[in-house]
Write a protein that binds this ligand. Structure first.
Ligand code: EPU
Length: 435
């Protein structure tokens, strides 16, 4: 286990190139397995999560070429197995995304329970229900889902909630199903649209209606395709937030305004400064920050992954802010550690801010009240998950004194050499291996 030792406070200044998106590359790799043809991906991020995804693909028969950095050529001529190995499935949430390729190409899929961040229950019931409605036989074992099908059929799927991965999964299933698949109440996050775009390049017919509906007309077969991975809007927002928390000035090369509309609006509402340039976005400090009452939501709302770093930013705003988390029921796990650093944050189980969400009256502590500004002070911190980890890291860079962060592997899953990146912006960070 590695540990990061951070000495703050530092104003972050400089430039960072935003890499390809973790949550896009994994789904596109799963989609590429729908065909025996070769697909090519550029701007592939060099992160642990992608390495795990590639291990899963390889375990099922994908052959990989990496002729140059950040470029991947993948071919799955045949699927050698219908079962995602348990030890790999636990490492991220990709295994369930293999259902479409496995069922269409082998008629069977054995999918162990998924891993990923502990930010809520994270069931896969929408995925399984959709496959069942498309004609798959489903057996639920203690340690795995076993699905069998001799040909999925298009149907109407109404998602109970606009789930990102369930929408992506049904897009893939529908692409090769017999007839038409309607996905209603679908997620429309930019990463979902990337899946639709890639599938279209592969030969799929997918219509996107304005009312959260996708209509997929099944085709006989798909071919390989080439795609550039979109820039990671989660990494961009977290480093942009870090620039503001530390009263710095950072240019995020390749960050895309169109993927971050609600984030940028919210930054502006609290008095943060940014400038959209032709090849990226600059975030910089100009004056005092104002508090805000807001909620996280599905796209095009303020995304849940932006919430943890944003809370650190709100500890620096003058007054009381409220954040109501409506996407994941348990996404304030990092708050206790921030409180030990001097942050004034309280978590409530009610829906604060006026709107009722799915978590009302269920006892989930999903609203936060943040009072600022507070000076943060260094502390010894245990990282609980990916986004929370980066949040603690930002707090440590802004805080007075030394912080020691353990559980760094969570951050490595989604951020490329984050210690090196922050060092290049002026932060004092040392990685201690195997502590
Ligand atoms: N849900 C169900 N049943 C399902 C699927 C989802 O109840 O079958 C619920 C979830 O429990 C949650 C809500 O629906 O309350 C939304 O979940 P969604 O399926 O949209 O999330 P996801 O696809 O599992 C992806 C990202 C997350 C990101 C969310 C929301 C990947 C691999 N993960 O998760 O990213 O927070 O969408 O945008 O794409 C991260 O990168 O650190 C991360 C957690």
């Amino acid at each position: 286990m590695d540990q990061l030792v951070v000495r703050g406070p530092t104003r972050l200044t400089g430039e960072v190139v935003i890499p390809g998106a973790k949550n896009s590359v994994s789904k596109l790799l799963a989609a590429s397995m729908l065909t025996s043809g070769t697909s090519e991906f550029s701007n592939v991020p060099r992160i642990e999560d992608t390495a795990v995804t590639l291990d899963i693909c390889k375990s099922l028969g994908t052959v990989l070429e990496t002729p140059r950095a950040r470029f991947l050529q993948v071919t799955t001529e045949s699927l050698g197995s219908s079962e995602v190995p348990h030890k790999l499935a636990r490492k991220n949430r990709l295994s369930v995304m293999m259902l479409a390729a496995l069922l269409h190409r082998t008629g069977e899929a054995v999918i162990p329970g998924a891993g990923g961040d502990r930010i809520g229950v994270r069931p896969v019931d929408f995925h399984i229900a959709a496959y069942r409605k498309m004609g798959a036989d489903v057996e639920i074992r203690d340690d795995a889902y076993v699905l069998r099908s001799d040909g999925l059929c298009g149907t109407e799927i109404i998602l109970p909630y606009p789930s990102v991965s369930a929408t992506e999964n049904i897009l893939m299933a529908g692409a090769l199903a017999k007839g038409r698949t309607y996905i209603r109440n679908a997620a429309i996050e930019p990463e979902v649209i990337e899946v639709a775009l890639f599938l279209q390049k592969m030969g799929a017919i997918i219509e996107h209606k304005l009312d959260r509906t996708f209509v997929v007309e099944g085709v006989g077969q798909l071919t390989g395709a080439a795609h550039e991975i979109m820039p990671d809007r989660l990494v961009a927002a977290t480093i942009g937030t870090a620039a503001l928390v530390t009263e710095g000035d950072v240019f995020l090369k390749h960050a895309r305004q169109r993927d971050m509309l609600s984030f940028l609006n919210t930054i502006r509402k609290i008095g943060g400064s940014f400038q959209v340039q032709s090849d990226g976005i600059r975030f910089f400090h100009r004056g005092k920050l104002r508090p805000i009452a807001m909620e996280t939501s599905v796209h095009p709302g303020f995304m849940t992954d932006w919430q943890p770093p944003f809370v650190v930013l709100l500890t620096q705003a003058a007054g009381m802010s409220v954040i109501h988390e409506t996407v994941f029921e348990d996404r304030f796990g990092y708050v206790e550690e921030l409180k030990r650093m001097g942050a004034d944050i309280e978590i409530y189980d009610s829906c604060l801010g006026g709107t009722q969400c799915r978590f009302t009256e269920k006892g989930y502590r999903h609203s936060a009240v943040i009072r600022g500004p507070t000076r943060l002070k260094g502390a010894d911190l245990e990282i609980p998950d990916l986004r929370a980890g980066f949040t603690q890291l930002i707090a440590a860079v802004a805080a007075d004194g030394e912080s020691r962060l353990s559980g760094v592997e969570h951050i490595d899953r989604g951020y490329e050499q984050i210690d090196e990146t922050l060092r290049s912006l002026g932060a004092s960070i040392e990685r201690k291996n195997g502590v």
